[in-house]
Design a binder for this molecule. Structure first.
Ligand SMILES: [Zn+2]
Length: 349
């Protein structure tokens, strides 16, 4: 009997040695522990044995049954765990896969420049005004000291809506005239008015029949001088082009200011040493400005003996072009997403 059991045990160990499959393990289970399995059969002839023999056979067959059951169960658990792991592995999600690229867009560069300017001037107590793009000749020209027939009108030839009186504004200065009249010569004014303007220009890389002007006006009872304008313009240049940017005035002529100046900023590309951007001068012209002409103050309801002011204006596109290295003004208006995309890259750099 003992030999028989030893043989069964050796056979079982051998059968189970290289098992990797639950089905095959089940076959082994049947072979040894099934109803007709060889371990079950050990006790099939118990009735024919003596009491002593029954005890002996019962004990030995129980031992081998326990041994086989434990062994098969442990292998079964091991194989089930392996199978589960394999399944989990094959069903796992690879979170390192690149996501679908959804274009996020970026702030419009022109709006961004306008917002930066608005932010600066609001921090200095200025209000931001808006005005009509379809304007009367009176506000666009006459109140700004450009009477009918004045040659200065040629440079600002615009589009007329009705006769000679209703037109598309050629400058946002029209808003300044409106705001001055609104305040009836009684209150100081600090305002900027960014907005779209129109001129009958041939479109090319630096001209557009519509463009964005940002103008500012300050009217005070106190002594206001060119040095106040210079300080204000300096702050603007530093805000837009960096802390190292310095400014200079050159004498100029406009009908609505006296004296008038053209304002230059030091070239931010070469720090004033001279390069292709500044045409080797070290300076870039950016704006026109000056002290508000007494005639303009008077016509807009302010007594020039009591009130003084300065005004300035510049093109938002020109600033954006310089700041972001854009070489064609039409880029802002032709709605080509590829070019807008190149703005995005510049923004993130
Ligand atoms: Zn330069």
């Amino acid at each position: 009997m003992e030999d028989k059991i030893k043989k069964i045990r050796e056979e079982l160990d051998n059968d189970i040695k290289d098992i990797t499959d639950l089905n095959k393990l089940n076959d082994i289970k049947v072979k040894y522990l099934g109803k007709k399995g060889c371990i079950t059969e050990l006790t099939s002839n118990m009735g024919e044995l003596s009491i002593e023999e029954r005890k002996e056979v019962g004990k030995l067959s129980n031992e081998i049954r326990t041994y086989a059951t434990d062994l098969i169960t442990s292998i079964e658990e091991k194989l089930k765990l392996e199978e589960l792991n394999k399944k989990l592995e094959s069903e796992s999600i690879d979170i390192t896969l690149p996501a679908t690229n959804i274009p996020m867009g970026a702030p419009n560069i022109l709006e961004k420049v306008i917002e930066e300017v608005e932010e600066l001037f609001m921090s200095m107590g200025y209000d931001v005004y808006d005005g009509p793009e379809i304007e009367e000749d009176k506000y666009n020209f006459e109140l700004l000291n450009i009477p009918k027939g004045h040659p200065a009108r040629d440079a600002q030839d615009t589009f007329y809506i009705e006769g000679n009186e209703i037109l598309l504004r050629s400058q946002t200065s029209a808003v300044q005239a409106r705001v001055m009249l609104e305040h009836e010569g009684k209150e100081p004014i600090r305002m900027i008015c960014p907005g779209r303007t129109y001129r009958r220009d041939e479109d090319d890389a630096t001209h557009s029949h519509n463009f964005t002007q940002i103008e500012g006006l300050l009217v005070e009872k106190k002594d206001i001088s060119l040095s106040d304008l210079k300080g204000t313009f300096d702050a603007l240049a530093k805000k837009l082009f960096g802390e190292n940017c310095v400014t200079r005035f050159r004498p100029s002529y406009y009908q609505f200011t006296e004296p008038s100046v053209e304002t230059d900023i030091s070239c931010f590309a070469c720090n004033g040493k001279g390069c292709s951007l500044c045409k080797n001068t070290g300076w870039i012209t950016i704006s026109g400005a000056g002290m508000v002409h007494p005639n303009v103050l008077r016509m807009c309801g302010y007594n020039p003996d009591e009130w003084k002011g300065f005004a300035f204006g510049f093109g938002a596109e020109r600033c954006a072009m310089l700041k972001y290295g854009i070489n064609d003004i039409r880029t802002f208006y032709n709605a080509d997403l590829r070019e807008v995309g190149s703005f995005d890259r510049k923004e993130s750099e």
